[in-house]
Design a protein around this ligand. Structure first.
Ligand SMILES: Cc1cc2nc3c(=O)[nH]c(=O)nc-3n(C[C@H](O)[C@H](O)[C@H](O)COP(=O)(O)O)c2cc1C
Length: 140
């Protein structure tokens, strides 16, 4: 699970995504799929840099907040914005600063390929995965 977030005209925008996949090491590429009906994505995609935060085991509530249809998507979360507008969630295991490299239409979603420009890792925080509608921890 990841949060994809950025500051657009001074306002934090973001969404939770379970479709995050690392794609390539050289060049460093990752991807996620965005619903074509998303109203947040057309806003997010305008900014040069997006923040991807890999959510940790303490973040199941955060996922629901970040995925909320209405209300403050960042309620209860501490975020950090960088100069390029990328927004990261504090206390998450990995931060990837990225820029859109390619958009590939795929049915009712679009595959968004992102080029990673910076990585920060917090080894103390374990990531979570969303599998069969339940949040699970990765095995040791
Ligand atoms: C567990 C979970 C996983 C999600 N994964 C994705 C995803 O991979 N791609 C996506 O576009 N939206 C995903 N969503 C939905 C977004 O987080 C968010 O709810 C949606 O973008 C809100 O609608 P809006 O874009 O119109 O604001 C997911 C939601 C949940 C709860």
């Amino acid at each position: 699970m990841v949060a994809i977030a950025a500051e657009v005209n001074g306002v934090r925008q973001g969404l939770a995504a379970s479709t995050f996949v690392p794609v390539s090491l050289d060049p460093p590429l990752v991807s996620f799929c965005v619903q074509n009906t998303s109203t947040t994505w057309p806003v997010l995609k305008q900014v040069p840099l997006l923040g991807i935060s890999v959510l940790g085991e303490a973040h199941d509530d955060a996922v629901r907040t970040l995925a909320a249809k209405t209300g403050d998507r960042f309620a209860g979360l501490t975020t950090e914005s960088n100069d390029g507008g990328a927004v990261f969630i504090r206390g998450t295991s990995v931060w990837l600063e990225s820029a859109i490299e390619q958009l590939i239409p795929a049915g009712d979603h679009t595959i968004v390929v992102l080029r990673v420009s910076d990585v920060r890792v917090d080894p103390e925080v374990e990531p979570i995965v969303f599998h069969r509608s339940v949040f699970r921890r990765l095995g040791a």
